[in-house]
Design a protein. Structure first.
Lengths: 76, 492
């Protein structure tokens, strides 16, 4: 499965979102469930999905779906 | 002069060209802010908004929110803030309950609004002309704040101009707001915590920078550093996140900070202790208050005080009286537990459309908070739980808070919640939910609890969960936890 699909699956589940609203511009604060606690849960779930641990500076950069995709692709 | 609509008058006279309000998109001096308040107020008058009209504001955190809020107050309208995270059903409930005439909305909240919406961009405008408005008195209603609460339907808390002004005066006096204050406000402006932080700066010549929440840590760190912020309010959960994951970044970015203000839920003693050790040069200020009686006590934590005061919510705020009452209405002396009651200029006018609740909520002019606690000899208030959270186990009583404190005292536990459920044998028994920081088995935790709690107080069921459901303002949502428990027991 493509990285994008895997990230979208995780985001949909953790943030309780409809797949149809997901896009790369979607950012923290754009939806009710993506607040600070949602961000912590999302990062934790992504680490589990991709079998990695993001460092603090990477997590600071993860403000949108696009940011997340970029960081994960760089790691791959 | 305690009309909320005049909150920037003094600052406008003394420092009109000083920056006072900003968000990531715009910045205003006091003169510019006044100009936008006037222009927006004129637009509101032109479309027929009049004194005492109920106008809902469903707009996300922004400087423009403050402009609309103050413009509505200038016209004498009554502001009904709508939390933008509410679902449409709850918004509709508030609009109907409060007989809202119009809802001001933005692009972000378009879906929440049915008919009678006023689009924000059509209203906000600057003008150098003064606005001809009806007189607004301090006894007039300024706003109706619907409390999120943790159970049941929201209640509309009706506040006069002088009630909110009294709260600002108390905050200003305790925290010593002045024109050097620069405050980053990530809290929802639809609740009194966030809104009064902004207004306290405007009242005292300070500067408030508004953002849309605590989610973007990078944005927060950048603003703290670049804007040289001196004050930063938040919830215990937000600060725990920062302390756990971004402490060194926060220390670097927050070099200008002198005050951190924490509320919305109790700050656990171990969190307070850690913050005091890691941020020794910052005043760590907490307060206790309800929407109905805002900012009733204040406390500045200190390692110089006895450790027991890490559990206190402080002493009565300036111009406020706090007392403890027994079930018969008698005031109790030091170290006697009872209901916390408050006498203050911040006291609500009434609950909207609920004279019965309004009458029950006060006794001889004192507001009944529904919280249980005691005052020590020095007047420090210690909260021991909600009266409604008392669990009656076959006649033996315990507060949920006592059990929560015991569970949270273990390093393995990040957070806990306890409530009573019906039991055929005992009437009621305690159930606990806990979020773990480190691994521990249920048996170990219960075994260690038995060293601190009497047997009857031990939770009969214990669940480990990833998180405890909370509202946007950090309040634990008991009804959601009760639902979680029902699902767990049905699936068992």
């Amino acid at each position: 499965m493509e990285i994008r699909d895997r990230v979208y699956n995780v985001a949909t589940k953790v943030l309780d979102l409809d797949r149809s609203i997901l896009n790369e511009e979607l950012s923290i604060g754009d939806v009710r469930t993506w607040d600070s606690l949602g961000q912590v849960s999302l990062i934790s779930a992504l680490e589990k999905e991709f079998g990695c641990e993001f460092d603090i500076d990477e997590t600071l950069e993860m403000e949108s779906i696009g940011d997340i995709l970029e960081i994960i692709k760089e790691r791959s | 002069m305690s009309r909320l609509s005049n909150v920037i008058s003094d600052s406008l006279r003394h420092c009109p060209e000083k920056e006072c309000l900003a968000d990531p998109l715009v910045r205003f001096t006091f003169r510019e802010l006044e100009s936008f308040i006037n222009g927006t107020a004129q637009n509101l008058i032109n479309i027929g908004i009049r004194k005492n009209d109920h106008i809902a504001v469903a707009v996300e955190n922004s400087a423009i929110y403050i402009i609309v809020y103050l413009a509505l107050l200038k016209v004498g309208a009554i502001v009904v803030p709508i939390d933008v995270t509410l679902n449409k059903n709850n918004v509709d409930f508030i609009v109907d309950d409060c007989s809202v005439k119009h809802i001001v909305y933005s692009d972000f909240t378009r879906d929440l609004v049915g008919k009678n919406g006023l689009f924000l961009q059509d209203l906000v405008e600057n003008s150098d002309r003064t606005v001809d408005v009806e007189d607004v008195a301090e006894e007039d209603t300024a706003c109706i704040l619907y409390t999120t609460g943790s159970t049941g339907f929201p209640k509309g808390v009706v506040l006069r101009h002088r009630n909110v002004y009294a709260s600002l005066a108390n905050i200003s006096k305790y925290i010593k707001y002045n024109s050097n204050f620069r405050e980053l406000v990530p809290l929802p402006l639809t609740h009194s915590f966030g809104l009064n932080q902004v207004l306290s700066n405007l009242l005292n010549g300070g500067f408030a920078y508004i953002i849309k929440g605590f989610g973007r840590i990078k944005q927060i760190l950048n603003i703290l550093e670049q804007e040289q912020m001196t004050c930063f309010p938040g919830t215990p959960t937000s600060f725990r996140l920062v302390m756990d994951k971004y402490l060194e970044h926060f220390k670097k970015a927050g070099k200008s900070l002198t005050d951190i203000i924490i509320n919305s839920s109790p700050l656990p003693p171990k969190d307070a202790s850690l913050m005091l050790k890691e941020l020794p040069n910052i005043n760590l200020i907490i307060y206790y208050g309800l929407t109905e009686v805002s900012r009733s006590t204040f406390h500045t934590h200190s390692l110089d005080l006895d450790e027991k005061y890490l559990s206190s919510v402080g002493t009565a705020a300036p111009n406020v009286e706090v007392a403890i009452m027994d079930s018969e209405g008698n005031h109790l002396g030091p170290n006697k537990e009872g209901e916390v009651i408050v006498n203050s200029g911040t006291l609500l006018k009434e609950y909207w459309n609920d004279p019965e609740l309004t009458e029950k909520s006060t006794i001889n002019g004192w507001f009944r908070t529904g919280d249980q606690g005691y005052l020590d000899e020095a007047g420090y208030l210690f909260l021991t739980g909600r009266l409604k959270d008392q669990i009656n186990i076959g006649g033996l009583k315990v507060t949920a808070q006592e059990i929560i404190r015991a569970i949270e005292s273990f390093n393995e536990v990040e957070e806990a919640f306890v409530f009573g459920v019906h039991d055929d044998l005992n009437g009621e028994v305690p159930i606990a939910f806990a979020v773990l920081e480190k691994n521990i088995t249920k048996d170990d935790l219960l075994s260690r609890l038995s060293n601190t709690l009497e047997t009857f107080k031990l939770p009969r069921e214990l669940y480990f969960v990833d998180k405890i459901p909370k509202s946007e303002t950090g309040k634990i949502l008991k009804s959601k936890i009760v639902d979680m428990h029902k699902k767990m027991t049905n699936n068992a």
